[in-house]
Every structure is written in structure tokens, then in C-alpha cells.
Write a protein that binds this ligand. Structure first.
Ligand SMILES: C=C(O[C@H]1C=CC=C(C(=O)O)[C@@H]1O)C(=O)O
Length: 436
């Protein structure tokens, strides 16, 4: 008689006091050049190895990822001693910005180490192989070249967007309701070529050291430190940090002056309002309560200052319990918010396709982790680079593509938008250049 194979076991245990992994920095536990990470202020999740993986694409990518993850979780046996969000089965996800082109990925690591509120745990899937930790490689000298869209071309696209959005412009009125585009987010890229192989852990470590208040993420070669939380779900509670409206340090201007100018800028406030409204409108049907601040505050980072709004809500009980509001399903509803797409969404996304001139890949898509209860955290993949070629140890150097952009409204200035994108690329550039 044929016996059915025994299910894979997912096991979470607390790391004991006398185990050095209990106190080591999470990022220092990563053994090799293919890490996954979601770490902020020393807490979060890191992982390695690959127990399962889904590659998907197209407009149904979130639904496909949710269905795949749900069915994977149903097939495993779970022993979870810790029972916190992020214990038991965990997948890391990174979604393409666009419906087409672009590939999205869901990775279930063989090992995850997590840290939250003083508890440190390890989750293993099956019997992971153990290999000695490889030292973190330094990339050596870095050369920067224009990517698919040079800063000059970006400037021209922004100028064209301002013309379209401005008085007398057509607004590129192709929304099904005929509504004109009022905000569009455009971006460009930069190519970094390193003399030595490029180790994602080097980038991650330097980013986390300089941006501890951001989420330092890595999934399948997309590495960054994002300040923007698209959505966190814990049980029925949801939370988001919406950013839009930006300024950056200039000689002779204090941070307080920059912040008060930003808070008084009609252009930045309108950019911001589009972003909060788009997110709130998509979340409202799922929520019994949703709190949206009347006015934004200022988030100060070392490279830029942003207008920021913290949105919180509570999901309807039925939505939380029947899978409709699993985090990946909510992501389908809220992506792309007007922080990375525009308003109205379909017309803005179409305008991006017409003006931007590049494939964003997974830049500006949702990135983060999800557990078997549909909880988790998804950021927007900003301030990041896609490692296109890590190089080979002892041989060739690596290559990465950096991305940044900004929201364009009728009053935007193309020269300032080019400078803003350059300021937004600084975190990754400085991390590559070794300014840890
Ligand atoms: C599109 C980016 O930033 C978004 C997030 C925060 C502020 C933004 C802005 O002020 O334009 C953008 O909407 C990027 O960093 O590439």
C-alpha cells in the first residue's frame, strides 16, 4: 500500500538566553549573499535558504500570491512555541509595480530569525542545511552611469507631465470617467557597477546603520531602506505611514526651516493629500473604523524630509476572519497608492507608461512579509536598488540599478524634481560607497 509523504514541518522556538544568536544584530546572522530581510531599529525578520518559491506576474499577481501562500500553509505541519506575529510560517514578498511587464516573487525561507519586544525566535522549515557564515564582501570602487532613463530625459518627462497637468493641458484625460490626471509619479534609474562582487548584506548593513527608522529590506536581490509603510496588519488592526511631499537639506537652511516651509507648501500638501486620499478610499470598504489625520506631520531623514500621515484602522470582523482582508488581498486593493502612481490611478498609471520610458521592475511595488494568519508588513519598495548581477566571488564585479522619482502636480518644477530624485538616491549610493 502506498503511504502518503509526511508533511513538511515548520517549527518556531524561542532562542535561549545563552545562545549568541539571542543578542547578535539580526543582519549579522545572515550567512550568505542571498538574504531576505525586513528590519527596523534592530527588530523584525531576517531569513535565508529557500523552502518554496512562487514567481508570478500580471494584474492578478496579488491574488495568485495569496492563493499560493494559503495553499502552501495548509500543507505544512506547524509547531509554534512563540505565537507572535511573524512566528510559524512566514513568506517574504516583493511585487512588481506594474501589471505588465515585471515579475513578482514570494519566497519561503528555510530559516527565519525574528525579534520583537525583547523576544527572539527561530523558525525552520524541514531540515535546513547548515553552512558556515561567509564573510560580508565589500564592493570596492563603484562607478555610476545613467540607467535606462538619464536625469536629462527624466527632466524632459517631468516637464511634459507638468504641461499636461497644468492649465490648458489635456490632463491626459483617459480615465474611464473622463477625469483628468491631477498627479502622476515619475521616476528614473541609475546604474552602479562595482569593482568587486556585490553582497546584498553589505548594502543592507550600511542602510540599516544610517536609516534605523526605515525598514531595511531585501527580497530576491531588491535591497533598500524604505521610509514608507504601505500597510501593516495585526489581527484586525491595520496601520499605514503615507509619505508624499518632499524637501531636502540645502546649505544655510536649518532642518526646522525646511520643515516649516514643507508644511506651508501648497504644492507639497496637494501631493500629500492625493496619496492619503487614495489609500483611505481603498481601505474604507474593509474597515469599521479608519482614522486619517487632518494634517500631515514632517518625517525627518538624513537625506530628505517628507510630509507624513499615519493612518490607522480596524477591519470589519467578517473581512478579517474570512480571508478577504488577508494582507496580500489588501495589497491588491491599495497598490498603487498615489505616493507611487497618481490620481486618478488608472489614468496616472497609463501616463507613467507613456512618459516614463523604463520598466520599474519591483521598485515602488509592495515589499515585506506575511504570515499564515494573513498578518504582516508591506512597505513600498523605495530608496532601493535591484542587484542585477552580484558578480562572482574572486572574479567579476557586480551591477545594480538604483531608482528614485517623485510626485508631479501642476505646480512642479522639473529642475527641482531632478534634484529631489538625486537626494532620494543618496541612501543607496552612500551605502554602496561604504558610508555605513
Ligand atoms: C517615488 C518616491 O517617493 C515617493 C514617496 C515619498 C515622497 C514622494 C514625493 O514627495 O514625491 C514620492 O511620492 C521615491 O522615493 O522614489
Amino acid at each position: 500500500m502506498a503511504t502518503s509523504p509526511s508533511p513538511l514541518t515548520v517549527r518556531t522556538v524561542a532562542i535561549p538566553e545563552d545562545d549568541p544568536r539571542r543578542t547578535a544584530a539580526l543582519l549579522e546572522l545572515l550567512p550568505d549573499r542571498s538574504p531576505v530581510s525586513w528590519v527596523r531599529g534592530g527588530e523584525g525578520l531576517v531569513g535565508w535558504g529557500c523552502a518554496a518559491r512562487l514567481d508570478t506576474s500580471g494584474p492578478e499577481r496579488f491574488a495568485a500570491a495569496d492563493a499560493w501562500w494559503h495553499s502552501w500553509c495548509e500543507r505544512v505541519e506547524v509547531h509554534d512555541e512563540v505565537r507572535l506575529p511573524g512566528t510559524g510560517p512566514v513568506a517574504f514578498t516583493s511585487f512588481a509595480f506594474a501589471d505588465r511587464p515585471g515579475d513578482s516573487v514570494v519566497v519561503v525561507p528555510e530559516v527565519v530569525v525574528g525579534s520583537r519586544d525583547g523576544v527572539r525566535w527561530i523558525t525552520t522549515v524541514g531540515q535546513p542545511s547548515t553552512a558556515p557564515r561567509l564573510p560580508v564582501g565589500e564592493p570596492g570602487a563603484v562607478r555610476y552611469d545613467a540607467g535606462a532613463v538619464s536625469p536629462e530625459r527624466y527632466r524632459r518627462s517631468v516637464a511634459e507631465a507638468v504641461r499636461i497637468l497644468g492649465p490648458g493641458g489635456s490632463g491626459h484625460a483617459i480615465g474611464s470617467d473622463g477625469e483628468a490626471v491631477r498627479k502622476v509619479v515619475l521616476a528614473h534609474d541609475l546604474l552602479a557597477t562595482t569593482a568587486e562582487p556585490l553582497d546584498a548584506r553589505y548594502l543592507l548593513g550600511n542602510l540599516a546603520a544610517r536609516y534605523p527608522g526605515c525598514w531595511s529590506f531585501a527580497v530576491d536581490g531588491l535591497v533598500g531602506a524604505t521610509p514608507e509603510l504601505l500597510l501593516e496588519r495585526t489581527g484586525r488592526r491595520i496601520r499605514s505611514r503615507v509619505l508624499a511631499g518632499t524637501t531636502w537639506p540645502r546649505p544655510g537652511v536649518s532642518a526646522d526651516e525646511l520643515a516649516s516651509t514643507l508644511l506651508g507648501s501648497a504644492k507639497d500638501l496637494s501631493e500629500h493629500a492625493f496619496a492619503t486620499e487614495s489609500l483611505a478610499a481603498e481601505l474604507r470598504p474593509f474597515c469599521g473604523e479608519l482614522a486619517v489625520p487632518e494634517r500631515p506631520e514632517v518625517l525627518r531623514l538624513r537625506n530628505v524630509l517628507h510630509l507624513a500621515s499615519h493612518i490607522t484602522g480596524e477591519l470589519h470582523e467578517h473581512a478579517a476572519s474570512n480571508g478577504v482582508a488577508a494582507l496580500l488581498r489588501l495589497a491588491a486593493a491599495v497598490h498603487p497608492s498615489a505616493a507611487v502612481g497618481g490620481t486618478p490611478t488608472p489614468a496616472a498609471v497609463s501616463l507613467i507608461g507613456r512618459l516614463e520610458g523604463m520598466d520599474r521592475g519591483r521598485y515602488s511595488g509592495p515589499v515585506g512579509w506575511v504570515d499564515d494568519a494573513g498578518n504582516g508588513e508591506l512597505g513600498i519598495a523605495l530608496r532601493c536598488a535591484q542587484i542585477e548581477d552580484g558578480g562572482s566571488p574572486g572574479g567579476a564585479g557586480g551591477r545594480a540599478r538604483l531608482f528614485a522619482g517623485g510626485g508631479i502636480v501642476a505646480g512642479s518644477d522639473p529642475d527641482l524634481e531632478v534634484a529631489e530624485a538625486a537626494a532620494k538616491m543618496l541612501p543607496v549610493r552612500e551605502a554602496l560607497d561604504g558610508l555605513g
